[in-house]
Design a protein around this ligand. Sequence first.
Ligand code: GTP
Ligand code: MG
Length: 412
Amino acid sequence: MEKALLVTVDLGNKRGWTAEEMARELKDLATSSGALVAHETIVRRDKISPSHFIGTGKAEEICEICQDMQISLVIFNNDLTGTQQKNLEEIIQAKTVDRTQLILDIFARRARSNEGKIQVELAQLLYLLPRLAGKGIFLSRLGGGIGTRGPGEQKIEVDRRRIRERISKLKKDLGRISKQRLTRKKQRKNISILTVAIIGYTNAGKSTLLNSLTGSSVPSENRLFSTLDPTIRAYTLPNNQKIMLSDTVGFLDRLPHNLVESFKATLEEVIDADVLIEVLDASHPKCIQHRKAVSDTLKELKAEDKPIIYALNKMDNVENQRDIERLVNEFGDAVPISALYKKSLDKLIDKIVLYTSKLMTVIKVTVPQHNTKAVKLIHEHTHILKKEYRGQSVYIEAQIPFHLKHIVEKML
Ligand SMILES: Nc1nc2c(ncn2[C@@H]2O[C@H](COP(=O)(O)OP(=O)(O)OP(=O)(O)O)[C@@H](O)[C@H]2O)c(=O)[nH]1
Ligand SMILES: [Mg+2]
């Protein structure tokens, strides 16, 4: 384990987070990346220094602590320019990593699927490219521990041209994967199942909820970014309507833009969903700020206008009932649940029924019985309200997703 010293620079613009709270999250991130947090410091400054980010005196202090405690890694809770990073390393005499690098590193560790690995590598290269100008960080450092890991642990000793080539290749690969996904989705859309995406801040309990609802066994752990690859499961609602439920990568405050950009393919599950369930950790002191971070990311994905059901999770962990009431009032249409202990999931399911029903319409059709294709489609993908045999035909009144209506009509 790499021993790390964490530095949070408090610039006063807190956006609802105190410096201590930001430092707390950095500690969770560092631990999630496998670091052993040996020391933490909060530096208060009015403005940043363009050359060193913090004052050189403070940097020398950090150097001393690192030497005393034999710490080889310093993680900043902010984004550093290539120059600042290099200058800091010169004074501190230890590897210096910024917040984006740390997050990229966690993603690199978690990437399992081919797609996930490509997306992480792309985000890493997009991060590196502008830093290679002039006195940027040294590429030869890649492949040596936190902040330097690539999904393939490859040593990248190449110049910017080669990196650009690699970036365009990765983008092409992602485009291909995206196309395959689109074809699969088209097949799914034809049989027209509404999709409901479980989204939310990292560690809120999204995977636990998917598991509790569908009996799946997506790994869930008390650490940040357990899930990277999306999981999609079929689920039948009590009104017989089939939906697809998806679980995907979690969001974070100040999630690096390159990462969101690179993960567009994975996040398509969110972008294309008909309804979102946003899981919030109601027992977390920063619950409201988490909502803000999720909403910012949804805006970035242009998915902010989708209907959202708020699931106030981990209510078993909330001691004061008043806190839950306060949150319910804050979010309006929110359901307090415990995904882990399967509490009040029926209420959440009722909400899903309500929201998905709004996306449905009623058709009244007379289908010749020999039109087996249409009969089958209606039986499998609609909620039948009335059915009467009339000679060689069958009269059906059924609830059907809006976008399936014209497909059925075409079949008749
Ligand atoms: N007490 C309590 N813990 C829960 C509940 N739901 C989930 N957890 C715990 O919260 C932690 C995170 O759960 P996950 O389901 O992995 O969370 P996630 O949102 O999928 O997280 P990422 O994939 O990392 O973004 C795990 O340790 C779960 O056991 C709950 O209702 N109550
Ligand atoms: Mg998860």
